[in-house]
Write a protein that binds this ligand. Sequence first.
Ligand code: PDD
Length: 290
Amino acid sequence: MSVYSTILTQSEFVDKDSLSYPFEERGLQFGDGVYEVIRIYKGEYYLLKEHVDRLYRSAEAIKIKIPYHKEKMTDLLHQLMEKNNMKNDGKVYMQITRGSAPRDHAFPYEVTPNIYAYLQDLPRNEKILENGVKTISQRDVRWENCYIKSLNLLPNVLAKQTAKENNCYEAILHRDGVVTECSSSNIYLVKDGKVYTHPATNNILHGCVRMAVERFLKAENIPLIEEAFQIEDIQHADEMFLSSSTSEVLPVIQLDNVVVGNGEPGKITRTLQRAYEQDAKITDKLIKNV
Ligand code: PDD
């Protein structure tokens, strides 16, 4: 097992297993913080700028002042990769909490954020990228600021667990039947050559891969309609897919008891998977049957 380093607030690199925090830490006690997950292919970050920009947006939204500029954060992330001699496919997980302070809901202004990041291997999941996944619907019971990538993930955790217990890969979330996103990915429906997805409002996380998908669709002249669809629309969908940094562009072939389209990954989904592989400069391509 690799021992990866950690970025501390002081720009230090340490053995990740040596890191500890006082129990009065606001991330631990209140989920008072934000995070990012960035995909890595062969030791290169994918969509790094988009992720760093979102990290700063999330932190600002909850009044955490990150003690570095974006350039320094980016440089530290590159150093982390080098220090670990990372050459594999993987991901970086990073989080910024408000810091350590005596427990009180209201926060002290002078507290210093706790920051760390570490790398993990993450091979591409060839089988599901080829065959697609099954999903389950769940009520979206989250708060109204889902555009913030906050550490408060309990509704997402419970929705994903329900999916897992039902042999599904993801939970598709809906508010009164209106589909928002999944527990840890964005969701799309294809009908008559057009792609539908929830608009980038406060009710969803503005996915970095979602932004890339928007770009791919534009390049392919495939219309993207940023209009929310309903759970019941899925019965008439031609295709569905989801997107995230860890899942890429992933075909969805079933929701609850409803088979999507003909039950196989669709043409537009395949086009986007190919575009993703090109954009991420993936050399050992898996999407062969296109
Ligand atoms: N999740 N929606 C939610 C609720 C998410 O948690 C994520 C990412 C996405 C997709 O965002 P992106 O394309 O930037 O990865 C959408 C990450 C992977 C996670 O929590 O592990």
